[in-house]
Design a protein around this ligand. Structure first.
Ligand code: UDP
Length: 238
């Protein structure tokens, strides 16, 4: 039996890229879709927020003197491209889906309307939330926190390529230690950059737990949904 009834799963654009590190890798997307679909078939209601960093990241372009707002608009549109790829793969894996976008483009996807999103979830559809928050200067982590709160998800699940939250970057330091649980405030005060600070603060202020786990390990999405202790749980440690 799944432990969570309703989750929001945040996939970074990076995980869609697979081994090539950029763009969309079909095999990788299909494997994710298969796994998400298996979790969905156990009865968990799933909202998905996909990033866009595999295609375009606003802040990087702004650093090279592009206007930040235009760059962020491009970043948000890239999340729609990823959303379409994931939607297609999920439907092929046998799960009904709806793609909702925060930036209106009715011939491509439904506009994001909170009540309609909840209805889709209740009817057993996976809902993909694309185009971030529709605002520049935000990230898809913040979009995921926002949507999770709006639809009353029980957890924000952040899928990454590391095993959880570490005291320092595990890619650079062999002696990095992983936390199994940590408080929101500690993540923020220690400057642990596993998730954007604004997303962590939003979850802290509203008591939404964040599960950070490695989605490159097959079966981890299911383990997380079952409430197994994998990765790191960010919550209010009393
Ligand atoms: N973005 C934005 N507002 C949002 C969400 C995303 O402007 O609410 C833009 C921003 O430029 C960002 C890009 O979309 O760099 C892709 O999102 P993100 O970097 O969060 O993707 P990820 O790192 O998860 O792949």
């Amino acid at each position: 039996m799944p432990s969570y009834r309703r989750i929001v799963l945040k996939l970074s654009g990076e995980v869609m890229a697979g081994p090539q590190g950029f763009g969309i890798d079909n095999d990788t997307v299909n494997a994710f879709a298969q796994e998400i679909s298996e979790v969905h078939k156990t009865g968990v209601e799933i909202g998905l927020v996909v990033g866009g960093g595999n295609i375009f990241r606003g802040v990087n372009a702004a650093a090279k003197s592009m206007d930040r707002v235009a760059a962020d608009h491009m970043g948000m549109l890239s999340t729609v491209i990823n959303g379409l790829a994931l939607q297609d793969a999920l439907e092929r894996a046998g799960s009904p889906t709806r793609l909702m976008t925060a930036i209106q483009m009715p011939s491509v996807a439904e506009p994001y309307i909170r009540r309609r999103a909840i209805r889709h979830l209740e009817k057993g559809r996976i809902v993909l939330f694309a185009a971030g928050t529709s605002n520049p200067f935000f990230s898809t982590d913040s979009a995921a926190a926002l949507r999770a709160l709006e639809i009353h998800a029980q957890v924000l699940a952040k899928a990454t390529k590391v095993d959880g939250v570490y005291d320092k970057d595990p890619m650079k330091h062999d002696d990095a230690v992983r936390y199994s649980t940590i408080s929101y405030t500690e993540v923020l005060s220690k400057g642990l950059r596993i998730l954007d600070a604004s997303a962590v603060a939003m979850c802290r202020d509203n008591g939404l737990p964040i599960s950070v786990f490695n989605s490159n390990i097959r079966g981890n999405i299911m383990r997380m949904a079952l409430g197994e202790q994998i990765g790191t749980l960010i919550h209010e440690v009393k």
